[in-house]
Design a protein around this ligand. Structure first.
Ligand SMILES: Nc1ncnc2c1ncn2[C@@H]1O[C@H](COP(=O)(O)OS(=O)(=O)O)[C@@H](OP(=O)(O)O)[C@H]1O
Ligand SMILES: [Mg+2]
Ligand SMILES: [Mg+2]
Ligand SMILES: [Mg+2]
Length: 398
């Protein structure tokens, strides 16, 4: 859970007033204070960083590794979550649902990507973004109706109105190719689009990748119950993890850093006591293969089907013990934005994640996880047993 960081880096104080030492080329070193962006004053200080991009430095015991990135990512995810929630309230109606009209989620997708990219650009102008969406469907006369809706939506949350060209440019900041060197963000403005439309689980997902590894991950889960055993109680969870610092949950739009509590994957040691979760959509995971794996593992509880990276959130806080994402088609390449934030949150909660062959997910290749097939996440106690059952069931198919 604490990764390979020096001990001094693991003992960050609970207060949020610390030095952020950033790796990755010419990233600046900044000082963050406060608990929401509105009360931050960023002071850029030139510190001679090593040319070796993966070198971390300790300046004091108040050091926070990726402190500014963490705060900005939370701010961006909260803001985008508000945009999505506003769209749901305003545009998702009985009528759109019965007509299977996907336009509300499309408006929210573009709006959320523009808002996150606006905030990232303000604080990290040199960081590229690998985002799911692009502005193609918003261009020209054909895209006019949708474009106007997106522009109206985005301008409800900006300080000053932005032009439609500016908003399209912000959306297209997500076109970066990714790769093994330097820093980039990856964004899924709404993961679980179908869950969003049903009023069920969806997530705003943002992660920072430096030198091919996920270092910071934030999941905004507006419809996730804050406590598992109170499904009809308070909803809205934000999960955050930074490499080597553990994983935390707090209320989405809640009390800030003071509200954070550490989360841990479950300790279930016998798979017969395990609960697993998987996609609702049969096209995204093989429900037949997962039923066979469950039999091999003596799992008798029904699977929990849930959209989006909320499945990672469920395993990270011990609501479920296993997440199975089993390829339906060998040709499908998982996208980095569908897994980056969830991946670090699982690792930092003490769980493990690999593909179906037990290989770590490789975020260094580009926009997709082209070296991997499927995803398996589980608590560390049962992980190897789960992978054995997956391998037996899939019999080398992938
Ligand atoms: N064939 C196939 N196999 C695997 N995954 C696929 C496939 N097709 C699409 N996708 C991606 O699945 C993302 C949603 O995954 P979920 O686990 O939330 O699925 S589901 O919503 O329960 O159906 C979904 O993300 P969003 O588009 O952000 O919702 C897609 O990127
Ligand atoms: Mg997605
Ligand atoms: Mg999406
Ligand atoms: Mg999509």
């Amino acid at each position: 859970m604490t990764g390979n960081l020096p001990a001094a880096m693991r003992c960050c104080t609970a207060t949020f007033q610390r030095w952020a030492v950033l790796s990755g080329g010419n990233r600046a070193v900044s000082r963050a204070s406060g608990s929401s962006l509105a009360c931050f004053s960023w002071k850029h200080i030139n510190i001679d960083t090593d040319s070796n991009q993966s070198t971390f430095r300790t300046y004091s015991t108040q050091l926070a590794y990726f402190g500014k990135e963490r705060a900005v990512a939370i701010e961006a995810v909260e803001c985008a979550s508000r945009v999505c929630q506003a769209v749901f309230k305003r545009l998702v109606t009985e009528e759109t649902l019965t007509k299977k009209d996907k336009s509300p989620v499309t408006v929210a997708d573009f709006g959320a990507q523009a808002v996150v990219n606006l905030i990232l650009e303000k604080h990290f102008p040199d960081d590229p973004v690998v985002g799911e969406e692009d502005s193609k469907d918003l261009q020209g006369e054909e895209g006019r109706v949708l474009r106007e809706k997106v522009v109206d939506l985005v301008n409800t949350v900006t300080e000053q109105p932005l032009s439609s060209d500016e908003i399209l440019r912000l959306i297209d900041r997500g076109q970066y190719a990714g790769g093994p060197k330097g820093s980039h963000w990856t964004l899924d403005p709404i993961d679980g689009t179908k869950g969003f439309l049903r009023g069920e689980q969806f997530a705003v997902c943002l992660a920072l990748i430096v030198d091919g590894k996920v270092r910071v991950g934030v999941l905004g889960c507006p419809n996730l119950p804050y406590e598992l055993d109170k499904p009809d109680g308070e909803r809205g969870v934000l999960m955050v993890a930074v490499e080597g610092q553990g994983a935390f949950q707090r209320r989405l739009h809640g009390g800030g850093r003071a509200d954070e509590v550490p989360i841990h994957a479950s300790k279930v040691a016998d798979t017969k006591d395990a609960t697993f979760c998987e996609s609702v959509e049969a096209a995204h995971t093989s429900h037949g293969d997962s039923a066979n794996i469950a039999k091999l593992l003596n799992i008798t509880r029904p699977s929990v089907r849930m959209d989006s990276q909320c499945k990672y959130a469920a395993v990270a806080r011990g609501d479920a013990d296993i997440y199975l994402r089993l390829p339906q088609k060998a040709a499908y390449e998982e996208k980095i934005w569908d897994h980056a934030a969830g991946n670090i949150i699982i690792h930092e909660s003490g769980g493990r994640v690999t593909d179906v062959n037990g290989k770590p997910l490789d975020f260094s290749i580009g926009r997709t996880l082209s070296a991997n097939k499927g995803v398996i996440a589980a608590n560390a106690n049962i992980f190897d047993t789960v992978i054995d059952a997956v391998q037996t069931t899939l019999a080398g198919k992938f």
